[in-house]
Design a protein around this ligand. Structure first.
Ligand code: PXG
Length: 455
């Protein structure tokens, strides 16, 4: 280990409380410090080059080191580094981005509310949805139905929408009232005794049952990620979303798509709602809107909801200092222009995703892989002790974490969600780089299988 790396690790463990981190474990091991990124690669402080198949944290869609994004930030910082959008003020980047977002979002969306993150976007969703019904003289429509094992962020409200039991268990009064969670369409883990499409329908029907149980007069909205990301890249069976759409329409409840992961090209369309032919009322976004270069999030609001909020609502008493931050908006504009001008999303749809799918699916032949699933540029591998029955390894062996650590040693970032290995590479990944990713994934799986034998 270099002196510099040791120095950073010491300072890190003395002063820095990391998100989602067990600091007892971290101080024993020391953090991995990254110092550089270019294209789809990152470098740690010891100079190791690593293929970042998680796009940072599902966000660096255009890859690292894009000069047009850097220049847009630099220019905007010189012109106007900050001003707010409160008190009837605005600035060109936030206005211009609003128009661009309305051009690329699904039909019927012309308005955006900006936040600083995906969590704040989902807090905003809760407030908007309940305000919408209050303005329609139905203030008792308060309940938002979400899903178990969903991830919607880490503020108290967003973590309440989320269905992560570990987060709910940490004594913060989460979930807040009037949020309920129904089953997730996780076929591999929860539905293998049925055909996927039958399972997809049965899980969608849970929404109808929850509406009936609590009463339609109490239900405000249903929120879901088109594909669950942090939950383990859970790709719903084909029958799931059409059934959910029908149930929302029949019951006239709002449908909210959390597109923080699936937005901005991840599934080969600007939004995953288009991929799944979902017609949401609100779309939460963040991450890929700036390719992660600066923090920005928001809620796209369809005209049905926006018209009520605007015509009947008066002042919406909600917002953040950094709502529509000019530098973040300038970077988002440059990011969206680059995605469009370089045909990045069409390339994902027509070339990159089909090629990655072919290569990724071949990993299902590996002896410790029970399922290899993929949609667009998100993919998962289920690590199993018995690939035929899907029986998992003993939980105490933490095979997923072992595999993740071996991957890094092999020069590949893969994320572990339990024993599910996931990737979401930058959208600019080439076929050659996909070959490198797959070669590294195979050697990592081989090393994991060998290590498991020794346990
Ligand atoms: N919705 C979804 C679908 C997300 O994936 C958020 C909301 C919250 O966004 P912010 O910007 O507030 O973090 C996210 C964030 C993981 C991991 O372990 C995923 C996220 C955040 C942290 C960790 O995969 N996604």
């Amino acid at each position: 280990m270099t002196k510099k790396q040791r120095h950073w690790q010491d300072l890190d463990s003395s002063h820095y409380l990391h998100p989602f981190t067990d600091h007892g474990q971290l101080s024993k091991k020391g953090s991995r410090v990254f110092t550089k990124g270019k294209g789809i690669y990152i470098w740690d402080a010891e100079g190791h080059q690593i293929l970042d198949s998680m796009s940072g944290l599902w966000c660096v869609n255009l890859g690292y080191g894009r000069t047009e994004l850097i220049e847009a930030a630099h220019k905007q910082m010189q012109e106007l580094p900050y001003y707010n959008s409160f008190f009837q003020c605005a600035h060109p980047p936030a206005i211009e981005l609003g128009e661009i977002l309305s051009n690329i979002s699904p039909d019927g969306f012309s308005r955006v509310f900006y936040t600083g993150s995906g969590s704040e976007a989902n807090d905003t969703v809760i407030r908007m949805v309940r305000r919408f019904w209050q303005l329609q003289d139905k203030p008792e429509k308060q309940i938002i139905i979400a899903r178990k094992n969903a991830y919607h962020g880490s503020t108290i409200a967003a973590a309440s929408l989320g269905g992560m039991e570990g987060m709910h268990a940490q004594g913060a009064g989460i979930p807040i009232p009037n949020i309920i969670h129904i089953a997730q369409p996780y076929w591999f883990q929860e539905g293998r005794d049925q055909d996927p499409n039958t399972f997809g329908l049965a899980i969608a029907e849970e929404l109808e049952k929850a509406i009936d149980h609590h009463g339609i007069d109490k239900i405000a909205a249903f929120i879901a990620e088109p594909i669950q990301g942090a939950g383990g890249v859970i790709i719903p069976p084909e029958t799931y979303w059409p059934a959910i759409q029908r149930i929302c329409d029949d019951n006239e409840i709002l449908l909210v798509a959390d597109e923080v992961v699936t937005g901005f090209g991840r599934l080969g369309e600007w939004f995953g709602s288009t991929t799944y032919e979902i017609k949401p009322d609100l779309i939460a976004f963040a991450k890929g809107v700036t390719s992660g270069y600066l923090p920005l999030g928001g809620v796209l609001v369809n005209d049905k909801v926006a018209d009520i909020l605007i015509e009947k609502g008066g002042e919406f008493i909600h917002g953040f200092t950094y709502s529509g931050h000019p530098v973040s908006c300038a970077v988002a504009i440059a990011n969206i222009k680059a995605l469009a001008e370089d045909n990045v999303i069409e390339t994902v749809k027509d070339h990159t995703a089909p090629y990655l799918a072919k290569r990724w699916q071949s990993l299902s032949d590996h002896p410790i892989v029970g399922e290899a699933r993929i949609k667009g540029l998100v993919a998962a591998l289920e690590l199993c002790k018995d690939k035929k029955t899907g029986k998992r390894f003993a939980a105490e062996h933490n095979v997923g974490s072992l595999c993740r650590d071996l991957a890094i040693e092999n020069g590949l970032v893969m994320r572990a969600v339990g024993d599910t290995m996931i990737i979401a590479p930058p959208l600019i990944i080439t076929h050659e780089q996909i070959d490198e990713l797959i070669t590294k994934a195979i050697s990592t799986l081989d090393a994991t299988a060998a290590a498991v034998q020794r346990i």
